[in-house]
Design a protein around this ligand. Structure first.
Ligand SMILES: Nc1nc2c(ncn2[C@@H]2O[C@H](COP(=O)(O)OP(=O)(O)O)[C@@H](O)[C@H]2O)c(=O)[nH]1
Ligand SMILES: [Mg+2]
Length: 257
């Protein structure tokens, strides 16, 4: 399959050269698309320079910081127009090991539509995070799974692969969340669209260079969106149940259709 690796960047000057080389080594045939939001530290220029050396690197320069979710939506749309078949999401800060990309692509060859690089399946790992950082990540995952019926251990993970088919099915243009909320929304939409989703274990490491762009706002956004989607889902499930009961007032033969 034709693989597009999308790397969103905002001020990743210290990481971009290394991550591009490692991704290129891991998936020699893939195209690497850097989606940069006018990083003041010159990330886009550095990406283009590395690209000139290693080949197969495209740089999309957007005018200002518009968020991770928006960067992926633009990157995916770019790739869909050009006929790519598998879309890899990976952070550009080396938290996700580029060498693991082939293990995420493998299930796609076996018919899966979405592959999540998971910290919370056997073999996966997270760094020595403080208890409150752990609680936030684990708690957020449990809350999302429970409210949205996801049956996924790591719905906030940002190391993944999607097929072109699933990206077309989920109506990318109307996805609205950013950051963690974006990952959860994509998971939820993919599952509702009937996609086959699987998780493969990954080792997540804390970034060494540069700083995190994660903020309290993005966590609050994810939390409120999940609650809102959960309420809508409960409403739909309740309405469906009421319909079934109206159709079968005596508890006789199951209603058809
Ligand atoms: N294009 C773009 N990339 C972003 C933006 N915010 C974060 N990123 C990138 O998304 C990836 C993950 O962000 P990071 O700050 O490491 O988040 P964390 O791992 O949750 O702390 C990194 O490659 C960032 O450079 C944004 O607004 N626009
Ligand atoms: Mg990071």
């Amino acid at each position: 399959v034709e693989v597009l690796v999308v790397l969103p960047t905002y001020n990743e000057a210290e990481n971009i050269d290394k991550v591009l080389r490692l991704v290129r080594d891991a998936v020699p045939g893939a195209t690497l698309l850097v989606v940069d939001d006018g990083s003041p530290d010159g990330t886009a220029k550095l990406a283009a320079e590395t690209g000139a050396e290693i080949g197969g690197v495209e740089v999309m320069s957007r005018p200002g910081k518009a968020g991770l979710g928006s960067a992926y939506r633009d990157g995916f749309a770019w790739g869909l127009e050009r006929g790519y078949e598998a879309f890899v999401e990976i952070d550009s800060d080396l938290s996700h090991d580029p060498a693991a990309v082939p293990s995420l692509l493998e299930p796609i060859e076996h018919g899966y539509d979405v592959v999540i690089g998971s910290r919370y399946v056997p073999g996966g790992s997270i760094p020595a995070w403080s208890w409150h950082r752990r609680l936030l990540s684990k708690g957020g995952n449990l809350y999302s799974s429970a409210l949205l019926g996801l049956h996924v251990a790591d719905s906030t993970a940002g190391f993944r692969v999607y097929t072109d088919k699933v990206l077309r099915n989920i109506e990318l243009g109307s996805v609205r969340a950013d950051s963690y909320g974006f990952q959860i929304e994509m998971t939820y939409r993919a599952i509702r669209s009937g996609a086959r989703v699987t998780e493969v274990p990954i080792r997540f490491v804390d970034r060494v260079e540069g700083t995190s762009k994660m903020s309290f706002y993005t966590v609050a956004e994810a939390l409120s969106l999940v609650t809102w989607w959960g309420l809508k889902r409960a409403g739909r499930l309740g309405a469906a149940k009421a319909r079934t009961m109206r159709r079968r007032p005596t508890g006789g033969a199951p209603a058809s259709g």
